[in-house]
Ligand binder design. Sequence first.
Ligand code: ADE
Ligand code: ZN
Length: 346
Amino acid sequence: MTPRRVPSTTEALLQLAQRMPKAELHLHIEGSLEPELAFRLAERNGVRLNYPSVEALRAAYAFKNLQEFLDIYYTGMSVLLKEEDFYDLTWAYLLRVHQDNVVHVEMFFDPQAHLKRGIPLGVQISGIRRALSDGKKQLGISSRLILSFLRHLSEESAFETLELAQPFLDQLDGFGLDSSEIGHPPEKFARVFAKCREGGFRITAHAGEEGPPAYVHQALDVLQVDRIDHGNHSLEDAALVQRLADEGKILTVCPLSNLKLCVVKSMAQHPILTMLEQGLRATVNSDDPAYFGGYVNDNYRALIEHLPLTREHLYDLAHNAFDGAWVSAEEKAHHLNELNRAFARA
Ligand code: ADE
Ligand code: ZN
């Protein structure tokens, strides 16, 4: 069989996307649980999974919307019981994205989903942090850890979680808001995020993934977020687009996630280029790579293969991610210098 001819420009862009250093700013560590690891941890911990095989579990990853995914995502977490489980999960992700030339990651974890199963917060944070520390030492990947509140639960539950987090605040870099969006607007968590901000923490929130532009407005006005996670539905509100552009807000966009959760009908209709053209500072991220069919480079590949992406777009997307990272000015300058070198060589 003759190989499919790929235009050389597409091939060159794919190689550049692979080779360039990248920051990932939107990654749920529990969403990187590959079926193979889920079965290994299930066996190790004596947990029963409701699927007969890795293939059967993977075959269940067909979703019509966010909620269908979340139902499977929260069930999958049942294999995470011990410190070393959180370590193994995080280490597997870091090893995988090292191949993608990811040099910095800002990851979410969902403590309430584990507390509910009786896993202490210290166990969760210790396992994740130990792997992040090894990631820095052995792979050169720097990281930030973001505690994400589940918005389908009450504000009281978020406050209880924040209280439990007090002994570990030095191991956290920011707070986020995720889970079922519609019916759970950002304003529901106004006071808990005010408290996080008082503590000097950065804030980000999922907004406009399935929810309306009003939720993005609330994330900005009420929560006073530093970044918006997803933000797709912002495009329906011209004044909001103008505001996001004027404020230079970073959007952590997740193309394969959007496709898998039917936020977009096809990759060819993904709005990421429209976002850039309208002055929005979009970035490319994997969200829950084990469930959505790929890690960061797979997301870049999907965009390159289905949209008229140029070298300049690629540069802007990667640049925005380093610029939006919660790192020092020195670290930022270092990463941007490396990015420039990768483009100068290309
Ligand atoms: N939790 C994990 N992935 C999520 C997503 N894409 N949206 C909302 N909550 C999530
Ligand atoms: Zn997400």
